[in-house]
Design a protein around this ligand. Structure first.
Ligand code: HEM
Length: 495
């Protein structure tokens, strides 16, 4: 016979691929059937390749420009609905929050101590831990943490001072500062990351960030979760190296043990959560030991790169606007004087707050936020089905000319009370919005203000020939890349 003699496995493979093709094409018809516009998805991969190639900072504004403020895209076969319409977002983030309580579950955190972190918990478990942790971020608790922040800010100044008159990569210094603060307030450790680069805490912290960003498993989980989960199970792949996980577990366990024996008047999150555990005894469910450990871990992860990016971007913008530095300094002299800033005095630094807000608008440390729809619901004519991922394009919202005329311009006066009153409530949301917004917002604002008070009193920040203008940022995460600035000592600059 002249027919093709194909091996059986090739026929099976062909059949399997055909079935997979029809299955994914059917799933990828969802947005068409709902009348939601968007780019045509490719079989199997959806729109993943385009999103990866451009990164969310460029891809989202392009999608909005081409398709409008509600756009459907597929990562693999997962339907993602990009929403830049602020009225629809208000319903998702606030009014209909019960339908959108969870984030996209990447399955990235199956190991201790990451599996009970606040940012990955869902439903009742999330609500319970959030309620227990919230008091640790209250004004009265932050008031007690200002001395730790001032100590770290003094280290920041003295470490830069040792190098002043040379271009410094300010990202390195801001990273060291935020690492020192978070080590102190989340883990109760005194670290000087600049002076002691071999500190084991630093070593593992760096390793965990590196492995998180560069790990192919992170990308797989982001864009093809079923394949990622399969690889994770088959090959035991991990996001964090085992020794790093163990290191953090050990220091957290030791720190908790030490706090149980004697608190020595320390104020850090571990101490506050232990206190919450004791106070809750006998009145409903307390935080479990693992829940406490996991929160120590998430505060470290959530508070490190966001603060270091926020401060770096602000220093860069200030270097381009020397007149704004002088205006902040006048305010510091009037409201704080020459002593250490504390919770109450930084609160009075209203112009500095406008500067930070504007910096977080122009360069949002989180380019986007997401939610998962856990219950079918229709909002303003858009139908959301269970399992859909809602993409909230924070950075694109911050650059919308309808809300922000001349959006590329750095103008802190956009945040005066009168100007704020004229804008949509959700037009600015670097910390997210609604019940699941950033729990660390007040800590972050205080920490950044304390650092800038110390820095601006000591230095004039200037651009130099090594400064990249415009700022270079990582296309996936939005973190700035090296940012060289000249930190000129004020007494020398004024001579
Ligand atoms: C400039 C600094 C910071 C920025 C821009 C920032 C931004 C964000 C954003 C956008 C979210 C997601 C909100 C949402 O889904 O609606 C978030 C969540 C979170 N942030 Fe921050 N953050 C910062 C600092 C911090 C700090 C210092 C901490 C703690 C020490 C922290 C802890 C958290 C936690 C635990 C969550 C998850 C909350 C939950 O799921 O209930 N963040 N943050």
């Amino acid at each position: 016979m002249g027919g093709l003699d194909l091996p059986w496995w090739l026929i099976l493979l062909g059949l399997f691929l055909c079935l997979l093709y029809f299955h994914t094409s059917r799933k990828q018809g969802l947005f068409r059937s709902l009348g939601i516009p968007g780019p045509k998805p490719y079989p199997f991969v959806g729109n993943t390749i385009g999103l990866l190639r451009l990164g969310p900072e460029k891809a989202f504004p392009q999608l909005i420009k081409e398709f409008g403020k509600v756009v459907g895209v597929f990562t693999g076969t997962t339907p993602n609905i990009l929403i830049a319409d602020l009225d629809i977002l208000k319903e998702i983030q606030v009014k209909e929050f019960h339908c959108f309580q969870s984030r996209k579950n990447l399955g990235l955190s199956p190991e201790r101590p990451m599996n009970k972190m606040l940012n990955v918990l869902e439903g009742e478990a999330w609500r319970h831990v959030r309620n227990q942790c919230t008091p640790a971020f209250s004004g009265s608790k932050l008031r007690l943490m200002s001395s730790q922040m001032n100590r770290c800010a003094e280290l920041l100044v003295s470490n830069i001072e040792a190098k002043s008159e040379h271009a410094v990569d300010i990202l390195q210094h801001m990273g060291a500062f935020s690492m020192d603060v978070i080590a102190s307030v989340a883990f109760g450790l005194d670290v000087d990351s600049q002076k002691d680069p071999n500190d084991p805490f630093l070593h593992h912290a760096r390793k965990s960030f590196k492995s998180n960003m560069k790990n192919p498993l992170t990308l797989l989980m982001l864009f093809a979760p079923p394949v990622g989960r399969l690889f994770q199970r088959l090959f035991g792949l991990r996001i964090l190296p085992e020794d790093t996980c163990q290191f953090f577990m050990d220091i957290l366990e030791q720190a908790l043990d030490a706090r149980r024996r004697e608190s020595k008047g320390r104020v850090d999150f571990l101490q506050l959560m232990l206190k919450a555990q004791e106070e809750e005894e006998g009145s409903g469910r307390r935080l479990t030991h693992d829940e406490v450990l996991s929160q120590g871990f998430v505060f470290f992860f959530a508070g490190y790169s966001t603060i270091s990016s926020g401060l770096t971007n602000t220093a860069y913008l200030l270097a381009l606007h020397p007149e704004i530095q002088e205006r902040i300094l006048d305010e510091i002299n009037a409201e704080v004087g020459s002593g250490d800033p504390d919770y109450d005095s930084v609160h009075r630094l209203q112009y500095l707050e406008c500067v930070l807000n504007e910096s977080l608008r122009l360069y949002s440390p989180a380019i986007r936020v997401n939610r998962t729809c856990n219950q079918d619901v229709t909002i303003r004519g858009v139908h959301f089905t269970q399992g859909m991922v809602v993409l909230i394009p924070t950075q694109a919202i911050h650059m919308d000319p309808e809300q922000w005329p001349d959006p590329e311009r750095f103008d802190p006066d956009r945040f005066t009370a009168e100007n704020k009153a004229e804008r949509h409530q959700l037009a600015w949301q670097p910390f997210g919005f609604g019940p699941r917004h950033c729990i660390g917002i007040r800590l972050a604002q205080m920490e950044m203000k304390v650092a800038l008070v110390h820095l601006l009193r000591k230095f004039r920040i200037e651009v130099c020939d090594k400064t990249n203008i415009p700022l270079k940022r990582d296309k996936m995460g939005g973190q700035p890349k090296e940012v060289f600035l000249l930190m000129r000592k004020r007494e020398d600059a004024e001579m």
